[in-house]
Design a protein around this ligand. Sequence first.
Ligand code: NDP
Length: 244
Amino acid sequence: MDSSKVALVTGGSRGIGAEIALRLAQDGADVALTYVAGERAAHEVVAKIEAMGRRGVAIRADAADAGATVAAVERAAAVLGRLDILVNNVGIGVLGPLDELSPDAVDRVLDINVRSVFLTSQAAAARLGRGGRIITIGSCMAQRVPGPGGTLYAMSKAALTGLTKALARELGGRGVTANIVHPGPIDTDMNPADGPYAEAQSAMTALGRYGTAGEVAAMVGYLAGDEASYVTGAEFSVDGGHAA
Ligand code: NDP
């Protein structure tokens, strides 16, 4: 990767986002990351980025807040001087029976999982030049819902596939690509591999196990790099065969 590239990873203080931030730094990018509560964790990721000889910056920006979401893009570009790669990673998992999902829960999930991704992509697109990348983290639930309880979460993640394809069409003429990565069950705070539903989720994969955040970050690293220059508007499963 061209060592002058700058990336922004939303929700980069823990889990999949933290691994993506470290992977992009390892590949030669300077990296800004957002968080909402995990200030210490965010600064620990930045320290690791700096230990690799790259610049890092942690930005507190609640994805539920439209103004903060857009301001984070502006701040990342201002502090690091430009923007080449956006990774829309932030997301929350709210699962439950259809009749128990309140209007407030619907609003919160759509604000964080969908509206923030749209607004972040819109603000980033205005700054991305030729070779720019928008990579969005969806979910295996956007492709296959293996049981009840996923209406709200699956709806929010499926919306990102539509956004990604439309972004590819909108930005292709400028040489900017947009792709979406659908993780399967990945061992993070959101979905621990020793959690109550872990065994059932492992059984739904072809490989019979959880994935690691690093396995998702590897796909994002490829899509962010120069080798993926002809890849756009596409969906990539990193799900151990969950959708197979
Ligand atoms: P985690 O809950 O482990 O980490 C979430 C990250 O997002 C943290 O850095 C957290 O920051 C940040 N974050 C959460 N809410 C907000 C907010 N309102 N504003 C800003 N930042 C926020 O999640 P995962 O790493 O597991 O998931 C990452 C993405 O992958 C999500 O989009 C998720 O839907 C998707 N995914 C995950 C799967 C899994 O099995 N783990 C499977 C399929 C998709 P802070 O430290 O400040 O709380």
